[in-house]
Write a protein that binds this ligand. Structure first.
Ligand SMILES: [Zn+2]
Length: 180
């Protein structure tokens, strides 16, 4: 488990909200370099939607292998946020199994719909870049329920939750996105 203290020392902007429940299913330790490498893949995915650059990848926690990708496609279907698109891709490619050893990386903090879906899947970890507040500052409306609040309201769930990874980059990406 990544200690809260180490994260605060390492990067002031990071929010580590895991650890409330020590019984969390054990993920192998993941270095910050590996988190950033995976987040860069999510950013690459996000660039496929220049208006709503919400992109996600799901990686295997032990190897870092990318197992699925997704980008916001809410023009086609309102529930196709980047995370949901990525979860659909995961099931298509890998079947509905192995979630506990997988980590989803997303350019924006999962909304309550997406975070609930990730909790129901029992995903091993969720790592996001921009916070809900950061996304809202870029002029994109957000439901005011944090991913942390959804996880905290799910007593059966104890996955890793980490925010702020490469957030300076994604905050800028959301600010500079094509409007309309
Ligand atoms: Zn969402």
């Amino acid at each position: 488990m990544i200690s809260k203290r180490r994260l605060i020392v390492g990067a002031g902007a990071l929010i580590c909200v895991a650890g409330a429940r020590p019984a969390r299913a054990a993920l192998p330790p993941i270095s910050m370099a590996r988190h950033e490498q995976a987040m860069r893949q999510a950013i690459e995915e996000a660039r496929r939607n220049p208006v709503y650059p919400f992109g996600a990848v799901i990686v295997r926690a032990d190897t870092g292998e990318v197992m699925a990708r997704g980008v916001n496609n809410s023009r086609e279907n309102p529930i196709l946020h980047g995370e949901i698109a990525c979860m659909n891709d995961y099931v298509r490619l890998n079947g509905n199994k192995g979630w506990g050893q997988a980590v989803l990386y997303t350019t924006g903090e999962p909304c309550s719909m997406c975070m609930s879906a990730l909790v129901w899947a029992g995903i091993g970890g969720v790592v996001f870049a921009s916070s809900i507040d950061g996304i809202r500052r870029a002029g994109i409306e957000q439901i005011d329920i944090t991913a942390r609040a959804v996880a905290a309201a799910s007593p059966f769930y104890s996955g890793l939750l980490l925010g702020g990874v490469l957030a300076a980059e994604t905050d800028r990406m959301f600010m500079d996105r094509r409007k309309g």
